[in-house]
Design a protein around this ligand. Structure first.
Ligand code: NDP
Length: 247
């Protein structure tokens, strides 16, 4: 895919992997719809992209709310007229033991990590189908391949994203010339741990930073670029990307 002039929607663009991917794609000529709830962050990112000669717009979006997603996609289409790349990346990881019964956090993870991916897919897929081209990226996790104690619900959501990605790939590849890539990062520096309410798990996760060299969010963005720049006949179906010293 020649990226210059293509249009992308990135959810969770206000920090971490989403923000890094937005910067990377914009630097390669992609017009980027920056979607998340913290619009102050998005506006700053938009300003940074424009200052560097790129093109981006801020889209206030709560991926849990289908109406918000639909309105955000409409804004992107009204501005740029098409969508070529969708990165379903918004997610959160408030982990705890199941016996703690933090059911609100379970539901929040299911809503954002699974339903959010489905909502943005539903709002964007018809455009890609009509164009008979496009590339969808879904951010799963190493926790979508391997289960960790304390991460039961998070893993369940990320396994769901991986399953959905593979099924979608089979359905839309041949029929609509749409590529689907499931991204499964290991440990990446970001704000992901900030929402862990369980003090012991928060400490445990922060402690991992002393045990391995966390990837930079831009490392994941580099792999997205690699998959995008592959010839049209190539679908990089999975990007399983780990720190070299992560077991
Ligand atoms: P961050 O916490 O830095 O980014 C999460 C993003 O998700 C933010 O931009 C946040 O934006 C957005 N988000 C959360 N809830 C919503 C919502 N309801 N609607 C719209 N956007 C929302 O973490 P990462 O960059 O690390 O996370 C990105 C993805 O990568 C997640 O899916 C995560 O599970 C996955 N991942 C991360 C790993 C890591 O080690 N960091 C490893 C493997 C996977 P806002 O709050 O402004 O809405």
């Amino acid at each position: 895919m020649n990226l210059n002039g293509k249009v992308a929607l990135i959810t969770g663009a206000s920090s971490g992997i989403g923000a890094a991917t937005a910067l990377k794609l914009a630097a390669h000529g992609v017009k980027v719809g920056l979607a998340a709830r913290r619009t102050d962050r998005l506006q700053q990112l938009e300003a940074d992209i424009r200052a560097a000669g790129g093109d981006a717009i801020t889209i206030a979006m709560d991926v849990v709310d289908q109406a918000s997603v639909t309105a955000g996609v409409k804004k992107l289409i009204d501005t740029y007229g098409r969508i070529d790349i969708v990165h379903n990346n918004a997610g959160l990881m408030p982990i705890s033991d199941v016996e703690a019964l933090k059911t609100d956090e379970w539901h929040r993870m299911i809503d954002v990590n699974i339903k959010g991916v489905l909502n943005t897919t539903a709002a964007t897929l018809p455009y890609l189908q009509r164009q008979k081209s496009g590339h969808i990226f879904n951010t799963s996790s190493i926790a979508g391949r391997k289960v960790f104690a304390g991460l039961s619900v998070y893993c369940a959501t990320k396994f769901a994203v991986a399953a959905f990605s593979d099924g979608l790939r089979m359905e839309v590849g041949k029929k609509y010339n749409i590529r689907v890539t499931c991204i499964q990062p290991g440990a990446v520096e970001s704000e992901l741990f900030e929402h862990i309410s369980d003090a012991a798990y928060r400490e445990q996760m922060e402690g991992l930073k002393g045990q391995m060299s966390f990837l930079k969010a831009s490392d994941i963005a580099d792999t997205v670029l690699f998959a995008l720049q592959a010839p049209d006949r190539v679908n990089v179906a999975e990007l399983f990307v780990l720190p070299t010293d992560q077991p």
